[in-house]
Design a protein around this ligand. Sequence first.
Ligand code: P6P
Length: 340
Amino acid sequence: MSKIVTIERFILDYQPDYARGEFTNLLYDIALAAKVIAHKTNRAGLTDILGRAGATNIQGEQQQKLDVFADDIIFRICDHTGRLCAMASEEREDFMQIPEPYKKGSYVLVYDPLDGSSNIDVNVSIGTIFGIYRCVDWDLRGRIEDVLQPGRKLVAAGYVLYGSSTMLVYTTGQGVNGFTLDPELGEFLLSHENMRLPEPPAYYSVNHAYYEKWSPATQRYLRWLQGSEGKTGQPMSSRYIGSLVADIHRNLLQGGVFCYPAEVNKPNGKIRLLYEAAPLAFLVEQAGGYASNGYASIMDLQPTDLHQRTPLYIGNRSLVYQAEKFLQEEHSVSGSMTTG
Ligand code: P6P
């Protein structure tokens, strides 16, 4: 029988040496937010039915879009704890200062509160993505500089997957561990210890509908993944859920690569660098994988805007390196380069 470890105990037992209560408690806060959001998202359909009488639900609450709800929950759990000096969310145009009279802490939280929320209506898994930085200058905490940091500076990152079960998967730079929520207990229990991308990879994930919009090198890479263009080894299958966290989670468990390439009219692709690509890149690297924009590690990209996008190739190291090989060959010939 496997040991029974709650996420709270795991965080305490494995907290990094530099972590004091502030960092450890911030991870607790995220686990709490995940429980609240899971409770709401798992009733999404029911809430809609219950709320059919106009814009309010049976509790008389103003019915909110779930991603706005998730954003509000994370902010309200984290804004007053004194652990953060700033936050940034996919749902908010500007970064968030810590409101008076609350004291500022030394960490920064960046998050996508509910990625893929459009999939809720069709009951497809969705997710929360988060990253944690330290403030850049203790004496000047709460500036945009604290938020716009490269992934290499992350001290923790992870995701919550609201699927057939609710899972919280995170890293503090000491490997990747997954916890499954027992809804009766209200506890996240350790269910996936020391997660590593397996070899050989089983899947590639991409939206083939955009094939004609990709560069010739990207098209060549996708044909390589499909088994032509000289790919050797075990053939891969295609899986694309259209929910980033779900695709990443499956590839983390089964091995594979997720691609959202640049397109002719979207040179930086669709995935956001700060609160989607960089936290997932940190986590996947900790699981033995790699993440690139096709030319450089996602972890080394310096964000210049809260909501900037980046092309993304993320998963088994060998598969992502091959994408870089094709794209960099094209760059060396044509000079067209997407820096992300
Ligand atoms: P497309 C969801 O909207 C999302 O941001 C990710 O979760 C997902 O991987 C991607 O967009 C899907 O985009 O263009 O294939 O529908």
